[in-house]
Design a protein around this ligand. Structure first.
Ligand SMILES: Nc1ncnc2c1ncn2[C@@H]1O[C@H](COP(=O)(O)OP(=O)(O)OP(=O)(O)O)[C@@H](O)[C@H]1O
Length: 293
């Protein structure tokens, strides 16, 4: 049972604070969605976790051991990202061989199937791959190397819709055949919403949400009805956004509803992860729709 712990990580580039006191625990066999707007610090965090980038403060540990310069712990993680670790002149078959010896194993059976399903020409050189196939090749490495922690930074970059669907279904299959921990950084929230078990939202270098998806969704309430009734019903609740269509108002509440009585004119339902993300990271100061306060 391995646990990855990120404690008090801060990172600046010059005077720009990119990560501020990040504390996260990644448990065994969970699939985490790492969400955040452009520039929120997701890639920087993943590169710090895998020791490709140095933090100014804090530490990253696997099973209580610092991962920095620690080959046995670093060998438990694979980061698939836009940054290319492989030289353009290397053949894909050679990269697989080198990775296999570096990580001490490779699931050739799965790789052969994925290569066929995605239509990847394995005899090419890395530098000749199109953007989509560059991602596909790195995804195959990520799924086939024997690591406990698979970190995917924008994994479906450049993949067409068919290949994205294929990837998500292969990810679920691979996870159920061989449960391990995945951290998936993505902007395609709707596409991963049914795959991830936990959601982490970074906003300007800080963690603003870190919860099981189930718990998050249970706290998302949309309250729809005549404006006056909706405002009255949601008074004092954590309203994080609203919409108006004519006289009908939707207030979006994040949090528990107390036992207040729901008027007949007002309807309650749940809203999705993407809408929550937009409200939490949008213009509402501190995630609260101040107009309703
Ligand atoms: N090597 C670097 N030197 C200077 N600034 C950097 C460097 N790497 C990242 N940054 C800055 O750090 C901030 C966070 O970047 P990062 O790539 O981690 O964000 P992100 O959440 O992954 O964004 P995106 O979703 O757009 O890929 C950005 O403002 C970026 O310009």
């Amino acid at each position: 049972m391995s646990i990855l712990e990120v404690s008090h990580i801060s990172k600046s580039f010059g005077s720009k604070h990119v990560l501020s006191d990040i504390n996260l625990t990644f448990e065994e066999n969970k699939i985490y969605g790492l969400l955040g707007r452009n520039g929120a610090g997701k890639s920087t965090l993943l590169s710090v976790i895998t020791d490709r980038n140095f933090a100014n403060n804090g530490e990253v540990k696997i099973d209580s051991e610092d991962v920095r310069d620690n080959d046995s712990k670093l060998g438990m993680m694979y980061l698939m990202s836009e940054v290319n670790l492989y030289s353009n002149g290397s053949k894909l078959t050679q990269i697989i061989k080198d990775s296999e010896s570096l990580y001490g194993g490779f699931n050739h059976e799965l790789a052969d199937r994925l290569i066929k399903e995605f239509g990847l020409d394995i005899n090419q050189k890395f530098g000749k791959l199109s953007t989509g196939y560059n991602s596909i090749f790195k995804l195959i490495l990520a799924l086939c190397l024997p690591v406990q922690f698979v970190l995917l930074d924008e994994p479906v970059l450049g993949l067409d819709a068919n290949h994205r669907e294929l990837f998500y279904s292969e990810l679920i299959q691979s996870y159920s055949d061989n449960p391990r921990t995945f951290i998936i950084s993505t902007h395609l929230i709707e596409e991963v919403a049914n795959i991830i078990s936990d959601v982490i939202v970074l906003d300007q270098g800080r963690v603003i949400l870190n919860q099981p998806v189930e718990d998050v969704l249970a706290k998302n309430h949309s309250v729809v009805g005549p404006e006056k009734d909706v405002k009255q019903y949601t008074k004092g609740l954590n309203v994080i956004g609203h919409d108006m269509i004519g006289n009908i108002r939707a207030n979006y509440v994040y949090g528990d509803l107390d036992d207040r009585v729901l008027p007949d004119t007002v309807q309650l339902s749940n809203f999705d992860l993407q809408k929550l993300f937009i409200f939490l990271t949008n213009q509402y100061e501190g995630g609260t729709d101040n107009e309703d306060k």
